[in-house]
Design a protein around this ligand. Structure first.
Ligand code: FES
Length: 109
């Protein structure tokens, strides 16, 4: 199988709501949540692996995201589950900035 990886422009920093600190984007059918952690931009999968909730609707606090449905908590930088009921890691994407533009490292088959 041929896997291509590349950087894709997905949003600008200003698109991330200052109120929530999150933004949902969909890239090649993958829903991704962007976070603005006091100027550091991070990205994870948007769908909570525990159920059908969007982490972009959750609550951002001290580098963690709390799922809005059952309050599971993940570390955003590593994807590690840190509070029940979540037990599996979420996917973390590499992010880089070009000026105000956010680029995500994606792979496609
Ligand atoms: S759907 Fe996220 S903790 Fe249950």
């Amino acid at each position: 199988m041929n896997i291509k990886s590349y950087w894709k422009s997905v949003a600008s920093i200003q698109d991330i709501s200052p109120d929530t600190g999150t933004l949902r984007v969909v890239i090649d059918d993958e829903a991704i949540c962007l976070y603005n952690l006091n100027g550091t931009i991070c990205a994870t999968q948007d769908k909570c692996p525990h159920g059908n909730a969007n982490l972009s609707d959750g609550y951002l606090e001290n580098g963690t995201i709390e799922c809005p449905l059952h309050q599971g908590v993940f570390d955003i930088a590593t994807g590690k589950p840190i509070s029940p009921p979540v037990t599996t890691y979420i996917k973390v994407y590499e992010v880089k900035l070009e000026d105000q533009e956010i680029l995500i490292h994606v792979e496609s088959k």
